[in-house]
Design a protein around this ligand. Structure first.
Ligand SMILES: Nc1ncnc2c1ncn2[C@@H]1O[C@H](COP(=O)(O)OP(=O)(O)OP(=O)(O)O)[C@@H](O)[C@H]1O
Ligand SMILES: Nc1ncnc2c1ncn2[C@@H]1O[C@H](COP(=O)(O)OP(=O)(O)OP(=O)(O)O)[C@@H](O)[C@H]1O
Ligand SMILES: [Mg+2]
Ligand SMILES: [Mg+2]
Lengths: 256, 256
């Protein structure tokens, strides 16, 4: 069966999309088959993998709201073993359209049943909110990964995210587990980064990945070319960090 | 009458909260009376001004959903002339609870009527989404200010934001005007920052503020101490940039 991982944090701009794309590409580089599922109406994971979201015919919106078969939406990317389930702007309507539906929190879990086992990993890139889209991701996922910037506001929101995870675990998905917290945009030179990362390790202990992602402008540049860092500049410290993370993640899952 | 400015961009982590707090403090420093209105369930503007959102008795949730008088929620801050209308986590429920209500898009505009003219400026810090909370801000506001990071994903979302502004302007608030786009976290050394800022100026022309905000870790540190940069480190280039922005904004409004 596939390992379904929700990459989520309601705080904006902490590296959810950058991690979905580059961790996905690094896992694909290890020979695993990977699906990046874009669950954000901004469709950044879609454009970050070189796909124009305005030209997408079938997207995650259709899976959630029209019961379209998920096979119809999946497309290959420029990276071998890496596939994309794209998003479009249309998804912004899902927050309202899902509200009156039966089993609205389980639409994604039900939609993904037919491809269970087809990929080794499914990485779900979540929007910056704790609404019905993120609850759908947490209900469908086996694991949660929380990217976190080493700054104050990012720390504030963690209790809230923990509460939402607990609610989903008790009401909808008892097997949901925290896979780990990933420190992103780390600038080891600043006192703030060091202080916040100490607080995070104090709070989460072993649940913090040893691998962390440094702040590297090439990661942002790669996004503007629609390429993962592995293709754009594979010897950059950002690319090395995501490869290291992919190996650590594989080891963590084997150990479970 | 007050100048109501919605500070919004659905892209996460572009500096909406940092701008609401520090532009607010800089305008207060010019002797203007300013209200920072926190419309984000993350309540970052609330904690960034030194207020513990878990101890807030009356918040923006009560104004929107319970018709509580807005006076009851406003509190002073450590900065002279700067006031806060706080948020709490409870606000996350507003996205769903507002859906069935009559005139749901106008709840904020109606709630703020009784304090019209009491402040020279009201800065509304929006959440990273284009849902009912942001639509409420755009319906209540006279002006929109769009903070933008000089990176790719931030550029992608602008068309979408423009479309939402147009929809609100034609259906709910004909006088809504774009006050300007603010370039934030600018790192002049990187090619990406320069390229994206050229694209933004090409697209928005005079609607881009001449003042821009450099990336400065002290701005993030100030947030962890719950202080605006003007108090935390007032000779920092981030503090100088926000003071310059405050003056430019005042001039732009006088010219209207
Ligand atoms: N390690 C890094 N070094 C430098 N820039 C980075 C890094 N990670 C992400 N970025 C850049 O920071 C910005 C925010 O990252 P990203 O869009 O991945 O965050 P997000 O959490 O997905 O945002 P949102 O909340 O809007 O979905 C982007 O412009 C991205 O290119
Ligand atoms: N000019 C700057 N230089 C350095 N760091 C900054 C700057 N502006 C903001 N930051 C930091 O970047 C992070 C994102 O900024 P901020 O929280 O203000 O963005 P936002 O758009 O309000 O995010 P959200 O979408 O979650 O509401 C914060 O940790 C903040 O302290
Ligand atoms: Mg994202
Ligand atoms: Mg904010």
């Amino acid at each position: 069966t596939s390992a379904l991982i929700a990459i989520t944090n309601q705080k904006g701009g902490v590296g959810k999309t950058t991690t979905s794309i580059n961790l996905g590409a690094a896992l694909a580089g290890l020979g695993e088959s990977v699906l990046v599922l874009d669950l954000d109406p901004q469709a950044n994971a879609t454009s970050g993998l070189g796909v124009n979201h305005e030209e997408v015919a079938v997207s995650i919106y259709d899976i959630l709201l029209k019961d379209t078969p998920v096979e119809d939406a999946i497309e290959p990317t420029a990276v071998r073993n890496l596939y994309l389930l794209p998003s479009t702007r249309h998804l912004v309507d899902a927050n309202i359209e899902l509200v009156p539906m039966m089993a609205r929190e389980q639409k994604l879990r039900n939609g993904l049943r037919e491809i269970d086992g087809q990929f080794s990993y499914v990485l779900i890139d979540c929007p910056p909110s704790l609404g019905l889209l993120t609850v759908n991701a947490l209900t469908a996922a086996h694991y949660v990964m929380i990217p976190m910037q080493c700054e104050q506001y990012a720390l504030d929101g963690l209790m809230e995210l923990n509460r939402t995870i607990e609610m989903v675990r008790s009401a909808l998905n008892p097997s949901l587990e925290l896979l780990g917290v990933l420190l992103t945009m780390m600038d080891g030179r600043t006192r703030l980064s060091r202080e916040v990362s100490e607080q995070v390790k104090g709070y989460f202990g072993d649940n913090v990945f040893r691998s962390y992602i440094p702040r590297r402008v090439r990661l942002a540049e790669a996004a503007s070319y629609g390429e993962p860092i592995d293709i754009f500049d594979n010897m950059n410290r950002g690319a090395i960090a995501y490869r290291r993370l992919a190996e650590e993640l594989r080891d963590r899952l084997k150990a479970k």
